[in-house]
Design a protein around this ligand. Structure first.
Ligand code: HAM
Length: 436
């Protein structure tokens, strides 16, 4: 077939079947549904409620929320204007969830709001394995609690999502970014330390040295890492209260037996964090090692216009990277489901009977397939085979006269006659037997 248009670079179609993809395999929709159902299950166990916010948000919300100098806002936004309104395809969901919280006065519902989401996000990054321009995040936001238990619970939830897939050996990196005052002090100290060595920094880092020096801590460049080994550490600029908070988060993680590595250089790519910051990593993902990450963001609400600071903590993780991780570990992902029955008809009258019976069986709860192309009986049998149907139900003139169908178990080849009236019962019973 002639192909005129293709999907945009960095995006992909999720087909029923797995496909190769340009950088990495893209599992089929049944695998996505499975992963999402496991995520929903873990979210439910933590008593999280789902929130769905629009894909389009006002650009200033994102720019202010995430920070003008971050890569996401400075370089990676899909933003456009229509009339007087500036729109952006959301690059993440934390700022939108906080917007919704403030807009709908969710604080007045009492207690802490525990919200989760699963959905697409957009960042104009250069695509590679594990990095896309449209990708999917799952995550949660715990809003209204200043308690370190909210931080520890968020981390526990994130780790339990991976555990639910049988992944229990990921690296969890943890750091504290201190409060509002600590970061500017540290920023200055880091600038002062790095400035005399600017010639040893990459072009990007030299730029960051002026604009956003903390981001240099993230560098993967060996020479820069060596230079950073002697740099001042954020923890030394953190006040006693923040330090005590951090100690409590660690003690709670210990209580839950969640291992972590402290990483004084973990800063994350979004500006809204204070106190706790964390990331979960895998060695299976190549350059894009971060499966997920998050932290506390007590200042975000004020940044986006609230008079009050609303204490909050959350995480988000990429579904593509989770799927890559599952694939790398050889963990099974479901493929296209097989029909319980494929109805095969021989002759016009049988074709009509099959067409009506398919609906009866479907209403009884069965997954039923049939030919919609007027193919020969042989071709219908081939199609039933291709679809791996558990049973074929074969009906011709004789079967119509006797009011019973030939029902063939495709794997064993065993065939029995089943009365029309008993067909749904037979198929349901045998499906249950297989499932059990
Ligand atoms: P983030 O670290 O920017 O944090 O993104 C979270 C996760 O989304 C990453 O660890 C990664 O798995 C996935 N991800 C990000 N960009 C891409 C991409 N271009 N392609 C594929 N996957 C990607 C946040 O977004 C924060 N909102 C997390 C948070 C929630 N903090 C507090 N609450």
């Amino acid at each position: 077939m002639n192909v005129t248009y293709q999907n945009i670079k960095g995006t992909f179609d999720i087909l029923p079947d797995a496909q190769d993809g340009s950088d990495a395999p893209i599992p089929g929709s049944p695998a996505w549904q499975y992963v999402e159902s496991v995520i929903r299950d873990v979210m439910a166990r933590y008593n999280m409620l789902e929130i769905r916010t629009p894909i389009l948000e006002p650009t200033p919300l994102i720019a202010r929320g995430i920070g003008q100098l971050t890569d996401i806002v400075a370089k990676e936004m899909f933003a456009f204007e229509r009339g007087d309104t500036q729109y952006v395809l959301r690059p993440e969901v934390t700022a939108p969830v906080m917007r919704a919280y403030l807009q709908h006065r969710l604080d007045q519902r009492g207690g802490v709001q525990k919200l989760f989401y699963i959905g697409p996000c957009f960042r104009a990054e250069s695509p590679q394995k594990g990095r896309y321009r449209q990708f999917h995040q799952f995550g949660c936001e715990v809003i209204g609690s200043p308690d370190p238990r909210a931080d520890a619970e968020t981390i526990a939830l994130m780790m339990d999502v991976y555990a639910a897939f049988g992944i229990t050996d990921l690296r969890l990196r943890l750091n504290t970014l201190g409060d509002e005052q600590s970061r500017p002090r540290y920023r200055e100290a880091l600038q002062a330390y790095l400035a005399p060595h600017a010639d040893r920094l990459s072009e990007t880092s030299r730029q960051r040295l002026r604009t956003n020096p903390l981001r240099i801590l993230d560098t993967k460049d060996e020479r820069e890492r060596a230079l950073l080994a002697g740099a001042p550490r954020l923890i030394d600029f953190v006040d006693d209260e923040s330090r005590a908070f951090y100690e409590e988060v660690k003690a709670l993680l210990d209580l839950l037996d969640i291992p972590y590595e402290e990483d004084p250089f973990l800063v994350r790519g979004l500006d809204y964090y204070t106190h706790t910051a964390f990331e979960v990593e895998s060695d299976n993902l190549g350059a894009q090692r971060a499966l997920g990450g998050g932290g506390r963001y007590d200042l975000l609400s004020r940044e986006i216009g609230s008079k009050q600071a609303v204490p909050a903590v959350g995480f988000a993780a990429g579904i593509e990277r989770l799927l890559l991780e599952l694939t790398a570990r050889g963990l099974p992902l479901p493929g296209i489901p097989a029909p319980d029955a494929f109805l095969v008809a021989l002759g016009d009258e049988a074709t009509r009977w099959v067409f009506a019976t398919a609906r009866t069986l479907r209403r009884a709860g069965l997954r039923v397939a049939l030919d919609l192309k007027g193919r020969s009986m042989k071709a219908q049998m081939r199609e039933a085979n291709r679809q791996r149907a558990r049973y074929t139900v074969i009906v011709g003139k004789d079967e119509l006269a006797a009011r019973q169908a030939q029902v063939k178990h495709m794997e064993s080849g065993e065939q029995v006659a089943v009365a029309f009236d008993a067909l749904a019962g037979f198929l349901l019973e045998h499906r249950a037997a297989v499932a059990a």
